[in-house]
Structures are given as structure tokens and as C-alpha cells.
Write a protein that binds this ligand. Sequence first.
Ligand code: TMP
Ligand code: ZN
Length: 412
Amino acid sequence: MGNCLACGSTVETVLDFGKMPIANGFLHEEDFPDEFFHHLQICFCPDCSMVQIAEPVDPVMQYHENYAYFASTSSRMRTHFNAAAIQIRSLLKHRADPFIVEIGSNDGIMLQRFAKDGVRHLGVEPSQNVANEAVRNGVSTQCSFFDESTATEILRKHGPADAIYGANVVTHIPDIHSVMAAVEILLEDDGYFILEDPYLGDVLEKTAYDQFYDEHVFYFCLSSLQNLLGKHGMTIVDVEPQQVHGGSMRYFAMKKAKPSTYRLETLQRREKDLGLSQAATFRGLNDRISASKDQLVTILSNLNRERKRVVGYGATAKSSIVTNFCGIGPDLIEFISDTTPIKQNKFSPGTHIPVKPYDAFVEDYPDYAVLFAWNHCGEILAKEELFLKQGGRFITFVPDVRILEYPGSAND
Ligand code: TMP
Ligand code: ZN
């Protein structure tokens, strides 16, 4: 048994997914023999309630010049991060010359708003290719990991940050105390540290087991994050649930405590009801995950027997977990369609399903498409009216495995 990355106590293994590839490691055929696999196990810490990966993968294997995730590929995410920027701006509206720092700023999707408005900002992004894209978008970006030395350097050059924002990034960093210490260094005494990540409560309620993959080292909830931030002199002063990434939570922390909010108290109650501070809750998830796997494999095997054409929609990191855990290969899914150029004409990690440009989907509609990007369901269903109208159907597996009904268009 290992030790908790957040508090050092002995953790308990609650989920075991077996051998897994790097979830965003889309690869060429010549790289199949050297493909890297790791043992994906999820642990729970009985002392601080942190849910985490048992053995984090070396970040060098994950974030590099070929990093495959560009946040701006989704119009919904663009809208989401623009709204986040507006919210941060309004939190800081009384400050003379605010300075906003984003950890893992990706292609500049959030900071763009500040860049356009001439507000002081800096993105810190370790993957060179996405950082370059941010710079092309006019966003001040430095390519590095966010740690104490980076924070000290930023502080020296720009002064303290009024807000530090990190969306879908802090949960990716095994050396979590280094990030927290860096925030402590850089954050203004009355500044906001705003974190946003897929919410553990949603993972549990929706059996969204595809959120468990190598990049997600931690699975935060209010209680575990509060324990962690408390060690670094910060308190969560408010929370705001978000619809993106299948259910996320935005946490607002400060060095100064504030009176509790209604939203904070509501979330505390929800976490108590869900049992997020008990190992048994997560062990109980095992049965639901196994049932989900059996159902998905049954649907796909039946369609295969009926000689239906089935493709995947969205070569998400999440799809790598589902296909590997369920043993779904090119025999059951002809190809996965994705709009991200860097993933196209490669193969899915581990299961080696071809990844093709979106055109391949449109030019010859399949009978069924597995909605690997289920978290973008609304956006995709609206976009794929034609596919649905001519008889195509989406298969989803979160929260349940089923073929989505087509209610018909409003004009029918
Ligand atoms: P995400 O779930 O991590 O946001 O990744 C979404 C992936 O799905 C990304 O590779 C882009 C792809 N995608 C499409 O191919 N078509 C779409 O319409 C959307 C919304 C996403
Ligand atoms: Zn712990």
C-alpha cells in the first residue's frame, strides 16, 4: 500500500483498471512496439479523503511538444472559459491594475479575454505546442511547469497575482504541494485562487469511470480539497458547480477566511449524502463499472453481428480508458472521428483504432456512433441533426449505456 500524495497517510486501493496506455497518447503504427503502459489503480485516503492514482506516470511521458489536447476545439468550452474570464474580471473590478495568472493555460482559451481587454495576465503552460498556439492568439505565455521557482520568478518580474486560475490542471500534478506552495508565493494576500476540475461527486453519480486516467492524478471534492488547501494557509470561500467535462466544480479559495455561503453549505451536505469521505463508497463503484462495461460490449457485439457500421465520435482521452478497459478494438469500432488535427491519421492508445478526420464521418455516415465525447453531448447532437435524421444513432455509456432516442427535429 502506498502513501497519500496529499497528506502522507496510508491509502487504500478502491478501483483497479489493470494495464492502461497514456490516455492522450495517440500514436502512429511504427510506434506500437514501444507503446508505454502502466497499471491504473485508484486509491482513497481515509485521513484526508483524497481520491488519487496509486502510481502517477512521469509527466514527461504526458506533456510534451506533441500534447494532443487543444481546449479551443469545442465551441462550448470557448464560451465556458470566456464566461470564467468575465467572472474573474468582475471579482477584481475594484482593483486598479489586476494581474491574472493561469496555470496550464493551454491554447489561451481563457486568457484571450484578458489579452483582448488589455488586462495584465500570464499563462504558464508546460506543453510547447499548445503554448505556441496561445502566443499566436496574443496571450502572454511562458512554457514551464508551475512550481515554486516559476512562481518566485513571476513574482519578481510582475508582482503578486490578484487571481490565479487553474482549470483541469492541478489535479494533473503529482507534486501537488509544489503547486500549492507556488500559489502561496504568488498570490496577493487578498487574491483569489480559483480551481476548476471534474467533480468527484459527478463521477460517482454518473458512473463516469472514464474520468479515471493517467492525467487525472487527483479527483477533488470539497472536503479533500479543503484539507489540502488548509495545509497551505488557504480556505475555500465559495463553490460553483459547472456543467462542462461531465460535471465540474469551481472552487474559490483565499488566504483570508470569509463567512460560509449557501452554495458551500449545500455542497457539504451533498458530499455527506454521497459518502465521499468513505472508502466503501468507491469500492461500491466497482460493480457499477463492471455492469457498464458488460452492457457496452454487449451492444457493440450485437451490432457487429448484425453487420452494422459503428464508429467512435471524439477521440477523447476518456475514450482510451473505455476502449482499453472494455477491450473494444477496431473489430467493434471501425474508426474514431475527431476534429483535432494532431490526433488524426494516428491510432487510439492501446486499442489501436484508427483516428480519422471529421470528414470521414460526414462523407459516409455509419449506422451508429459511440459518443466518446459524451460531455459535449448537447453541442454534438445539435450539430449532427443530419446524421440523426437519416437514421444514424448515438450510443452513450454515461450515465447509462444506451442508444440515444432521436426525438425528431423541431421542423419535422
Ligand atoms: P474533451 O472531452 O477532453 O473536451 O475532448 C473532446 C475531444 O472530442 C477532442 O479531441 C475534440 C473532439 N470533438 C470532436 O471531434 N467533435 C466535436 O464536435 C467535439 C465537441 C469534440
Ligand atoms: Zn491523505
